[in-house]
Design a binder for this molecule. Structure first.
Ligand code: HEC
Length: 246
C-alpha cells in the first residue's frame, strides 16, 4: 500500500517539476541545423557524411543546368543540353500554355492578358533580349522578373530550357533574312512591287462572337446541389442572363 502511494507521489512531483521547468516538447535537448556544439571536437553539431556516401535522390549540382549560371555565378551563354527539334516542339507547346497569355504567341508582348490591362512585357525581339544570354531567360522563368511571377513550381527544369529554345526560334523567326530561307521557300516570297502575300495574323484569333451564341441561357444546375450554378453561370446578373460582351 505505501509503495503505491509513494509511486503516485513521485509521479505528481515529476509532473509538477516538468510544468515549472518546461522540459516538455517545446524545449527539447536537441541541436537545430547548423548550430555549434562543444561536444564534438570540430565544434559542429552535424557530422560529415562518411567517405563514399552516395546521395539519395538527384544531386542537382550542375549549376549550368539547374540554375543557368556558370561557376562564377554568371548567366550562361550556351544551352546546357542538346537542342533538337523535339525539345523545341515541346518548348512551343509549353510556351503557348504558360507564356503566350502575356507575351503573345510570337513573343511581342501583346498577349491576351496584356490586352486586358496587365503590364506589357518587353518584346523578345528588342536587341537587349535578342542578345541576352540563355541563362537570363532561365533566371526570369525560375525567379520572376519585376511584375512577372516565377514559374519554378509550374515548369520543370527541362521544360524551362525547352521554352528558351523556342524563344530563340521565335527571335530568329522575327529577324530572319530572306537568304536564310531554303531556295524553294525563297521563290514564294513576293518581289518588291509584287502583290503581297495575304497578311498573316500573328496573334491567335479571338473566337468569333457567333461561337458563343448558343450558350445555354440557363445553365444546367447539377441536381441535388442547393443553389449551385452550372458551368457558364454568370454571377450577380440574375438567372438566365447572357454573359455581357464588351
Ligand atoms: C502574367 C503575365 C506573364 C506571363 C504568363 C509571363 N510573363 Fe514574362 N513578363 C511579364 C511582364 C509583365 C514582364 C515585364 C516585367 C517588368 O519589367 O516588371 C515580363 C518579362 C519577361 C522577360 C523579360 C525580362 C527582361 O530582361 O526584361 C522575359 C524573358 C520573360 N518575361 C519570359 C517569360 C517566360 C519564358 C514566360 C513563360 C514561362 C513568361 N515570361 C510568362 C509577364 C508575364
Amino acid at each position: 500500500m505505501t509503495k503505491i502511494w509513494g509511486k503516485a507521489l513521485l509521479a505528481a512531483a515529476s509532473l509538477f517539476a516538468a510544468g515549472c521547468a518546461r522540459s516538455d516538447m517545446q524545449d527539447q535537448p536537441k541541436y537545430k541545423p547548423e548550430r555549434p556544439s562543444d561536444f564534438f571536437a570540430d565544434g559542429r553539431s552535424e557530422r560529415q557524411p562518411v567517405a563514399g556516401t552516395v546521395a539519395w535522390g538527384p544531386l542537382d549540382d550542375d549549376t549550368a543546368y539547374y540554375e543557368g549560371k556558370d561557376a562564377d555565378g554568371k548567366d550562361i551563354e550556351d544551352f546546357p543540353l542538346v537542342v533538337d527539334k523535339p525539345l523545341i516542339v515541346r518548348g512551343q507547346q509549353r510556351f503557348d500554355i504558360y507564356c503566350s497569355p502575356c507575351h503573345g504567341r510570337i513573343g511581342n508582348g501583346l498577349g491576351m492578358i496584356v490586352r486586358r490591362g496587365f503590364k506589357q512585357p518587353p518584346s523578345y525581339h528588342i536587341d537587349r533580349l535578342r542578345n541576352a544570354p540563355v541563362g537570363h531567360f532561365f533566371d526570369v522563368i525560375s525567379n520572376g522578373y519585376g511584375a512577372m511571377l516565377n514559374y519554378a513550381q509550374q515548369i520543370q527544369v527541362r521544360d524551362r530550357w525547352a521554352i528558351i529554345a523556342y524563344i530563340r526560334a521565335l527571335q530568329y523567326s522575327q529577324n530572319a533574312n530572306v537568304n536564310d530561307l531554303p531556295a524553294e521557300a525563297r521563290n514564294r516570297v513576293p518581289a518588291i512591287g509584287q502583290a503581297p502575300i495575304p497578311a498573316q495574323t500573328n496573334e491567335p484569333l479571338v473566337p468569333a462572337d457567333s461561337d458563343f451564341e448558343d450558350f445555354p441561357a440557363q445553365p444546367a444546375t447539377p441536381s441535388g446541389v442547393p443553389g449551385a450554378h452550372g458551368a457558364g453561370a454568370v454571377h450577380g446578373t440574375g438567372p438566365g442572363s447572357q454573359p455581357e460582351r464588351q
